[in-house]
Design a protein around this ligand. Structure first.
Ligand SMILES: *[C@@H]1O[C@H](CO)[C@@H](O)[C@H](O)[C@H]1NC(C)=O
Ligand SMILES: *[C@@H]1O[C@H](CO)[C@@H](O)[C@H](O)[C@H]1NC(C)=O
Ligand SMILES: *[C@@H]1O[C@H](CO)[C@@H](O)[C@H](O)[C@H]1NC(C)=O
Ligand SMILES: *[C@@H]1O[C@H](CO)[C@@H](O)[C@H](O)[C@H]1NC(C)=O
Ligand SMILES: *[C@@H]1O[C@H](CO)[C@@H](O)[C@H](O)[C@H]1NC(C)=O
Ligand SMILES: *[C@@H]1O[C@H](CO)[C@@H](O)[C@H](O)[C@H]1NC(C)=O
Ligand SMILES: *[C@@H]1O[C@H](CO)[C@@H](O)[C@H](O)[C@H]1NC(C)=O
Ligand SMILES: *[C@@H]1O[C@H](CO)[C@@H](O)[C@H](O)[C@H]1NC(C)=O
Ligand SMILES: *[C@@H]1O[C@H](CO)[C@@H](O)[C@H](O)[C@H]1NC(C)=O
Ligand SMILES: *[C@@H]1O[C@H](CO)[C@@H](O)[C@H](O)[C@H]1NC(C)=O
Length: 470
C-alpha cells in the first residue's frame, strides 16, 4: 500500500526532531564525498544524490602470508595512493584473509601487531628488516601498530585522494590465491571454514562503518572446485545456498554496503543467476561440476536475487573476472567477438540488451561462442580482475583492447590485477617480482609508464564522468 503523504510532510516539527535524533545516531554521509551510501538502480550503481557512479581501479593485494598490504616497506602510503591517483583510479579492491580475523578472536579480540604478523609470515631476520623498512617509509607505523590500524591509515589516505576502498575476502588461510588445491577453493575446503567466514565478514562489515569511503564488500574471490576435498558438492545449488546466506549476513551487519556476488570457475560464470535458470540443471562453462543426479524429479530452484533482503534493498552487484588463462577465454584470445559474447553470456547480460555485443548470433546453444542469451535479471556487473604483463605491448594485446572496448561502451566498472610489482613473500619466494604489477618491484616507478599514459589514462578518460571526482 502506498500512502499519499508521508509523515514528514504532515508533521514538520516532529520530523525535524526525529531527524536530529537520527543524525546523532547514524553518521551523515550524503553531504560529503563519496556521497554514500551507494545503491543500485537497474544496471547502474548510484550515489545518495541519485547520480550514476562508475568504479575504475585496481587491486591492492593484502592477503599473503603477512596479511598486510604489499609495498609499504618501499614507499609511504600517501605516495602509493598518489601513484594510483595519477592513473585516475577511484576504486581500490583490497584483498584480505579470513585468517586475520580468526587471529583477532584467538587473541582476545585484539588485532596482532604488524611486527608479529611479519614474524609469523617471514621469519625473524626478514621480519626485522622489513619492519625497519616499513617504519622508515611510514614513520607512523611502529612496533605497536596493528594490521587493521594500517588498513585504517590506508582507508583514510584513499579517502583523502578520492578513492573508494572495497573489501574483498580473497582467501581463508593467507597465501597466494588461487588454485584447486590450495585449501581455500570451496565451502568447507581444508581451510574454508564457513562459520569463520561469516564471522570474518561480520567483523569487516562492522569495521567498515568507520570509513565513509568503504561502500562495498565482496563475499569471496574466485570460487572453484576443490581437488583436496573432491567430495564437496560443487554446483549451482550449493553455490547459491552459501552465497545468498553470506550476503544476507553482511547486509544484516551493515545495510549500507553494496555486496558483490562472484561466480563459479574462478569467477567467470554467473549465467545461472542472470538467466534465472533452474539451478539443478543449468549449464555451466566448464566440465568439473557435480551435477545433481535426480534433477528432473525435483522442483526447480532459482538464484532469486531480487527477492533477497540485500537485493530488495538495492545492494546486489555482480562481479566477474576474465583472464587469458581462464576457461573459455583461453580458447578465443584473438577473437574479440567471442570474448565479448562470452562476457555477455556468462553474466554481463545482466546489464541488459544494450550491452549485447555486435557479432552475436541468436543461437540458444550455450556452447556456441557467439550466442548471447538475454538475461532475466537486471543488475550492475563489474569486471573486478583482468590483466597481463605490464610492458609496452600491453596496449596491443587483443584481449586487453577488447575488455577496454566492452567496459567503455557499456560503462562497466573495473579493477585491474594488480597494483603490486612485488610481494614480500609469495609461493615460497621472498621478494617475489610480478611483471603484471602496476608498479615496479621497488614501487618507486610504474612498471610501464607508457602503458599508464597511453592505455589506462585514456581509457579512464573515455569512461566519461564517474561521479567520483573529489
Ligand atoms: C629473506 O629475504 C631474502 C630476499 O629479500 C631471501 O633471499 C631470503 O631467503 C629470505 N630469508 C628467509 C629466511 O626467508
Ligand atoms: C622494534 O622491534 C625491533 C625488533 O624487536 C627492535 O629492534 C626495534 O628497536 C624496535 N623499535 C622500536 C621503535 O621500539
Ligand atoms: C569452524 O571453526 C569453528 C571455530 O570458529 C569450529 O568450532 C568449527 O568446528 C569449525 N568447523 C569445521 C567444519 O571445522
Ligand atoms: C572506529 O573508530 C573509533 C574512533 O577512532 C574507535 O574507537 C573504534 O574502535 C573504531 N571501530 C572499529 C570497529 O575499528
Ligand atoms: C555450502 O556448500 C557446501 C558444499 O561444500 C554444502 O554442503 C552446503 O550445503 C552449502 N550450504 C548451503 C547453505 O547451501
Ligand atoms: C527468462 O526469460 C525468458 C524469455 O526471455 C522466459 O522465457 C523465461 O521463462 C524466463 N525465465 C524465468 C525463470 O523467469
Ligand atoms: C538476433 O535477435 C535480435 C533481437 O533480439 C535481432 O535484432 C538480430 O537481428 C538477431 N540476429 C541475428 C543474427 O539473427
Ligand atoms: C552463430 O555463429 C557461429 C559462428 O559464426 C556459427 O557457427 C553458428 O552456426 C551460428 N549459429 C546460429 C544459430 O546462427
Ligand atoms: C602496437 O601496435 C601498433 C599499431 O598496430 C604498432 O604501431 C606498435 O608498434 C605496436 N607496439 C608494440 C610494442 O608491439
Ligand atoms: C626482485 O627484484 C629486485 C629488484 O629488482 C631484486 O633485487 C630481487 O632479487 C628480485 N627478486 C627475485 C626473487 O628475483
Amino acid at each position: 500500500m502506498k500512502m499519499k503523504h508521508n509523515l514528514w510532510t504532515l508533521l514538520p516539527f516532529a520530523a525535524a526532531a526525529v531527524q536530529t535524533a537520527l543524525a546523532a545516531a547514524t553518521p551523515i554521509r550524503r553531504d560529503a564525498w563519496p556521497y554514500g551510501p551507494l545503491s543500485t538502480n537497474g544496471n547502474q550503481i548510484k550515489n545518495a544524490n541519485g547520480e550514476p557512479v562508475i568504479f575504475v581501479g585496481t587491486n591492492w593485494p593484502g592477503s599473503g602470508e603477512t596479511m598486510l598490504p604489499e609495498g609499504i616497506e618501499f614507499r609511504s602510503i600517501a605516495d602509493i595512493v598518489g601513484m594510483m591517483k595519477y592513473v585516475g583510479y577511484n576504486f581500490v579492491r583490497h584483498t584480505y584473509a579470513i585468517q586475520m580475523i580468526d587471529q583477532i578472536y584467538e587473541n582476545d579480540g585484539n588485532d596482532v601487531t604488524v611486527q608479529s604478523a611479519l614474524l609469523d609470515g617471514l621469519g625473524e631476520a626478514n621480519a626485522t628488516r622489513i619492519m625497519g623498512m616499513i617504519h622508515e617509509n611510514n614513520p607512523q607505523i611502529t612496533n605497536t601498530t596493528t594490521r587493521l590500524e594500517v588498513l585504517d591509515m590506508i582507508a583514510e589516505e584513499e579517502k583523502k585522494q578520492g578513492m573508494l576502498m572495497h573489501l574483498d575476502n580473497h582467501v581463508s588461510r593467507a597465501l597466494w590465491c588461487c588454485s584447486h588445491d590450495d585449501g581455500n577453493a570451496w565451502f568447507d575446503d581444508l581451510y574454508f571454514n564457513v562459520s569463520n567466514w561469516h564471522r570474518g565478514h561480520r567483523y569487516m562489515a562492522e569495521w567498515a562503518k568507520n570509513h565513509t569511503n568503504i561502500v562495498s564488500m565482496s563475499l569471496r574471490n574466485e570460487l572453484r572446485k576443490s581437488t583436496i576435498k573432491s567430495d564437496l558438492e560443487y554446483n549451482w545449488v550449493t553455490w547459491w545456498g552459501n552465497v545468498s546466506q553470506a550476503a544476507e549476513n553482511i547486509h544484516a551487519t551493515n545495510p549500507d554496503l553494496l555486496i558483490t556476488i562472484s561466480g563459479l570457475d574462478y569467477d567467470i560464470d554467473l549465467s545461472a543467476l542472470t538467466s534465472q535458470a533452474n539451478l539443478l540443471d543449468a549449464p555451466y562453462v566448464n566440465n568439473d561440476m557435480n551435477y545433481v543426479s535426480n534433477a528432473q524429479s525435483m522442483p526447480a530452484m532459482y538464484a532469486d536475487i531480487e527477492n533477497t533482503e540485500f537485493g530488495k534493498a538495492n545492494k546486489a552487484v555482480l562481479e566477474l573476472h576474465a583472464y587469458k588463462q581462464s576457461t573459455y577465454y583461453g580458447n578465443h584470445l584473438e577473437d574479440c567477438g567471442a570474448i565479448q559474447a562470452g562476457l555477455y553470456r556468462f553474466g554481463f547480460n545482466a546489464l541488459g540488451e544494450s550491452a549485447r555485443p555486435d557479432g552475436c548470433n541468436n543461437s540458444t546453444d550455450f556452447s556456441n561462442p557467439y550466442s548471447c542469451p538475454k538475461a532475466n535479471v537486471t543488475l550492475p556487473t563489474l569486471l573486478t580482475e583482468f590483466g597481463d604483463a605490464m610492458d609496452s605491448s600491453y596496449a596491443n594485446v587483443t584481449m586487453q583492447k577488447c575488455l577496454r572496448d566492452f567496459t567503455t561502451k557499456n560503462k562497466i566498472g573495473w579493477a585491474h590485477w594488480s597494483l603490486a610489482g612485488s610481494y614480500r613473500t609469495r609461493q615460497g619466494v621472498s621478494f617475489f617480482n610480478d611483471t603484471w604489477g602496476l608498479t615496479n618491484p621497488t614501487w618507486n616507478e610504474y612498471q610501464s609508464k607508457d602503458t599508464v599514459d597511453n592505455f589506462f589514462r585514456p581509457w579512464i578518460q573515455d569512461m566519461g564522468p564517474t561521479n567520483l571526482e573529489l
